[in-house]
Design a binder for this molecule. Structure first.
Ligand code: TXA
Ligand code: MG
Length: 319
């Protein structure tokens, strides 16, 4: 792919207008959301969507999430059953993505849905994402703004580390507050957890009044479900309370006073999620070329489920 000079845009009216014009032109723009930065393109434009896959070096045929400003806009693209309506009114705007039956006349590029008859929809809460979606006025396909398989970007600098020269612009909206990607719930049959994320399973099940089904593990339909993903350069080992001399230690909670870096010294899972990807980049630098990364145990409730999911993929055996 050809190199472009990546513009850094301010999150002000001029920056938003410029970003919207680039999207309308079929160019790619990295935008801040409350979870992670997204690599955005017009979801109706096949060339723009193909450009997203090329810029990320992403394995083809993985479907992308479309981003819209509200439920009203989303209804033009998918059918909402009772459970989907409940989840939308409880959690949108916010870090929940739903996979829904696609309206055949929706005009979404088949590259976005990978030819499926379902579409993943997210309504982000970040004010800059909201402003850009409203200024653009169409559906925006946006996977996380990082090279495929690498650590997700939670600041404009992270985006530029991986994608400088590969996208037209990045809108700098500061660090992402949630820090892990959206929770994905399949709503094309019984509600199914496809990816843990920024909204806890407990909160979703309380809203639905039923439990979420588990996804069929034999089907890989999200790259975040590939075994090795979010990988730092150094090898990683999990649930370590006693690191070896050739390891740097990424801690969690007050028990890890000796850690090289701590996801949350007070043991707060929200803070740990917000810090996760930035901390993985930082600890990778501390590890240098020769040390391994050891990570302290993180409890398996609330956002701990999403944190452990990302950590176990980052630590998974690589090809
Ligand atoms: O927080 C987020 O969700 C971020 C921000 C940028 O919005 N986006 C994000 O996108 O994490 P991405 O592409 O890295 O992950 C979206 C996941 C993919 O793993 C994809 O396979 C899955 O959603 N997905 C998209 N459409 C789907 C569909 N029709 N059926 C099943 N899974 C789908
Ligand atoms: Mg991703």
């Amino acid at each position: 792919m050809s190199e472009v000079k990546t513009e850094t845009l301010l999150p002000d009216p001029d920056g938003i207008a410029r970003a919207a014009a680039l999207l309308a032109d079929g160019a790619l723009v990295a935008l801040p959301t409350e979870t992670v930065y997204g690599l955005a393109g017009d979801a109706r434009n096949d060339r723009a969507v193909a450009g997203i896959f090329a810029a990320k070096g992403r394995p083809a045929f993985n479907p992308l999430i479309i981003h819209l400003p509200d439920l009203h806009a989303a209804r033009a693209y998918a059918h909402f059953d009772e459970a989907a309506e409940k989840l939308a009114s409880a959690f949108w705007p916010g870090p929940l993505t739903m996979v829904l039956p696609l309206r055949p006349d929706a005009g979404i590029s088949p590259l976005v849905t990978a030819g499926n008859d379902t579409v993943a929809i997210r309504v982000p809460a970040h004010p800059v994402a909201q402003a850009l979606l409203r200024a653009f006025g169409g559906p925006v396909a946006a996977p996380s703004a990082n090279m495929s398989g690498k650590i997700s970007a939670t600041s404009a600098d992270h985006v530029l580390d991986g994608l400088s020269g590969r996208v037209a612009a990045v809108v700098d909206g500061g660090p992402c507050a949630v820090g892990v990607e959206s929770t994905i719930v399949g709503c094309a049959g019984g509600p199914t957890l496809l990816r843990p994320g920024g909204i806890s399973v407990e909160d979703i099940e309380t809203t639905l009044g039923t439990q979420l089904a588990a996804r069929d593990a034999s089907k890989i339909n999200a790259p975040g479900q590939l075994t090795s993903h979010y990988a730092p350069n150094a090898l990683m080992r999990l649930n370590v309370t006693d690191p070896a001399p050739d390891e740097v230690w990424l801690g969690f909670g007050p028990e890890c006073g000796e850690a090289d870096l701590n996801l949350s010294p007070s043991g707060d899972l929200l803070e740990a999620a917000a810090n996760l990807f930035h901390a993985m980049r930082q600890i990778d630098v501390v590890a240098g070329g020769d040390k391994r990364i050891a990570v302290a145990p993180v409890p398996m409730h609330g956002l701990g489920l999403a944190i452990n999911d990302r950590l176990s993929r980052a630590a998974a055996p690589r090809d």
